[in-house]
Design a protein around this ligand. Structure first.
Ligand SMILES: [Zn+2]
Length: 467
C-alpha cells in the first residue's frame, strides 16, 4: 500500500492525502481548499497533483473548507466515486459547499470585470453551484462507531475527535497482500475542554497514524475561558458607555459556541438586557444544523437541555438576514452585541461593522478566534494604532479584547492525550500533516519524548510504502 501527501503537507491548509491499495484502488482522504494569500491560493488550487478520474473513493474527516473545499472541483474534473462523511458533516456540507461555490463565482465575476477592461482573457471559477450540488448528491453518511466496508479491501469507522460538529477521525482497516494494515487519519483534533461537543474519544489501535499538528509547538492558556470576562466587557461597553460589542467569529462552530454561552448566561439571569444580533446568514443556517444534531453534544450540554429546550435561542437574540437589515444595524446607535463573520475580518459583514465603529472609543472589538497576522483581525489583535479598511485609514480608538482560550484545535499536550489510547509499541509510524514546519518539528520532539520513535514530516508530493 502507498501513502502520498498532496496538501496540508508542511502547512496548515488544503488537506489531501492519497492511499493506493495493493489492488491499485485509490482512496483520497479529504479534498481541502488551500486558503491563504490570493496568489498562492490560485496556484495551489488550480491543480490537484493527481488525476481526479483515477480516484475511487473519497473519505472526508469534517466540514471545514480547508478539508472539503475542492470536492466540487474534484467532481467537475471527473471523480465519480462515493464520498463518505458523517451525517453531521453531510448536513454542514450542504450549506458550506454551495456557499463556497458562491464565493468562488463572486470572486471571479469581480476579477473578470477588471480583466475585461484590460482586454485580458476571462477566467472561470474553480467550480459553481451546480458542481457543489453534484458533489452533495454523491455523499454517503456513515454514523460514528459503525464499520462500513467500502470495498473488498477496506473497512471504515469514524470515531469522534471533538473538533467540530460531525468531525471524526478516519479509521481504516485495509487488506494488504494477505496482511492487515490499520491506519488512522486523525482529522483535526479538538481540545480536552469543550463547552458543547464531546471530548476527543479513543480510537482503534493503529499501525500508522496521519496526525494533525497545528499547535504542535504550543500550549493554550491554562485558564478555561470565562464567560464572566465576557459579561464584564459587555457591561462596561453596552451599559456604561452605551456602545456596541463586535464579535468577529467563524460562521460554523465558534458562532454557535458563543450563542450557547450567551444562552446559558441568559438562563442564569447573568446576561445584561441588551440585544444580541447574529449578522451572518450562513451562521443562522449553521445554527439550524447544530439544533438538529443535539445527540453529538456532551453530558453538560444534555443536562442544560433538560432546563432549556432551545439552547441556541433566547429572547434578546435577533437574526439578521438581508443586506438592508445589516446596513440598518450598522447605522443604528443602539447599544448591542453583534456577532458576524468572517472570523479574521478580511471579508463579510463584520468588516463593515468594524469599518464604522473602530474609531469609536465607546465600542469594543472582542476577538475570540485565531487571526492570521497579515489579516485585518491579525493587525488589530497585534495592537495596530491605525488600520486600512476598504482603502481608508482608520484610527483604532475602540477597545480591543482578545480571548485566546477559544480554540478548535488541541495544543500539543492535548493531542498527545488524544493519542494516549494507543499502545505505543504497536504504532509503526506517525506522519505529521496540517501544521507549519516549526510546529511540526516541535511536535515531533514532543512525540519522541512521549515514546513514539518514528515520526515523519512528509513534504508535499512524498510517497511512502506502508506494509
Ligand atoms: Zn478543521
Amino acid at each position: 500500500m502507498k501513502l502520498s501527501f498532496y496538501g496540508a503537507a508542511q502547512e496548515v491548509t488544503g488537506s489531501k492525502h492519497l492511499l493506493t491499495t495493493a489492488k491499485g484502488k485509490k482512496i483520497l482522504l479529504d479534498c481541502g481548499l488551500y486558503q491563504g494569500r490570493r496568489r498562492d491560493a490560485e496556484k495551489k488550487n488550480a491543480h490537484f497533483g493527481f488525476n481526479p478520474r483515477e480516484i475511487d473513493y473519497l473519505i472526508v474527516s469534517h466540514a471545514h473548507i480547508d478539508h472539503t473545499g475542492l470536492i466540487p472541483k474534484l467532481v467537475k474534473e471527473g471523480f465519480k466515486g462515493p464520498i463518505y462523511c458523517t451525517p453531521g458533516t453531510l448536513d454542514l456540507n450542504k450549506i458550506m459547499l454551495p456557499d463556497s461555490a458562491h464565493i468562488q463565482e463572486n470572486d471571479i465575476r469581480y476579477e473578470n470585470k477588471i480583466r475585461e477592461k484590460e482586454g485580458k482573457k476571462l477566467l472561470e471559477p474553480l467550480y459553481d453551484q451546480e458542481d457543489a450540488e453534484k458533489a452533495l448528491a454523491m455523499m454517503i453518511p456513515v454514523p460514528f462507531y459503525t464499520d462500513v466496508d467500502i470495498s473488498d479491501e477496506v473497512s471504515l469507522r469514524y470515531t469522534e475527535n471533538g473538533h467540530l460538529l460531525g468531525s471524526g477521525a478516519v479509521n481504516l482497516t485495509i487488506q494488504d497482500n494477505g496482511s492487515i494494515i490499520r491506519l488512522c487519519y486523525t482529522g483535526d483534533i479538538g481540545r480536552q475542554t469543550n463547552s458543547m461537543l464531546k471530548l476527543p474519544q479513543p480510537f482503534p489501535q493503529a499501525d500508522y497514524i496521519i496526525c494533525e499538528s497545528t499547535y504542535g509547538d504550543r500550549l493554550h492558556d491554562d485558564e478555561v475561558y470565562s464567560f464572566h470576562e465576557i459579561i464584564k466587557i459587555i457591561t462596561e461597553t453596552c451599559i456604561d458607555k452605551k456602545g456596541k460589542v463586535l464579535i468577529p467569529a467563524f460562521s460554523i462552530g465558534r458562532t454557535q459556541e458563543i450563542i450557547y454561552g450567551l444562552d446559558y448566561l441568559n438562563s442564569n439571569f447573568q446576561l445584561p438586557n441588551i440585544p444580541v444580533y447574529i449578522d451572518s446568514p450562513l451562521s443562522t443556517k449553521g445554527t439550524g444544523i447544530f439544533k438538529n444534531h443535539l445527540e453529538l453534544f456532551n453530558d453538560e450540554f444534555q443536562e442544560f437541555l433538560k432546563r432549556d429546550k432551545s439552547p441556541f435561542d433566547f429572547p434578546n437574540l435577533r437574526l439578521i438576514e438581508s443586506v438592508d437589515e445589516s446596513k440598518a444595524l450598522n447605522e443604528s446607535k443602539e447599544p448591542c452585541i453583534i456577532i458576524s463573520a468572517s472570523g479574521m475580518m478580511e471579508a463579510g459583514r463584520i468588516k463593515h461593522h468594524v469599518f464604522n465603529h473602530i474609531e469609536d472609543p465607546n465600542c469594543t472589538v472582542l476577538m475570540v478566534g485565531y487571526c492570521e497576522p497579515s489579516t485585518l483581525g491579525g493587525r488589530i489583535a497585534a495592537g495596530a494604532k491605525e488600520v486600512k479598511i476598504y482603502g481608508e485609514l482608520k484610527r483604532v480608538n475602540a477597545r480591543v479584547e482578545y480571548i485566546r482560550s477559544f480554540s478548535g484545535h488541541g495544543d500539543y499536550k492535548e493531542m498527545i492525550t488524544f493519542l494516549s489510547c494507543q499502545q505505543i509499541e504497536k504504532v509503526k509510524h506517525i506522519f505529521l500533516v496540517h501544521g507549519d514546519l516549526d510546529a511540526q518539528h516541535a511536535f515531533s520532539s514532543h512525540l519522541n519524548s512521549a515514546g513514539y520513535k518514528f515520526v515523519d514530516i512528509p513534504a508535499p508530493g512524498t510517497e511512502i510504502t506502508l506494509s
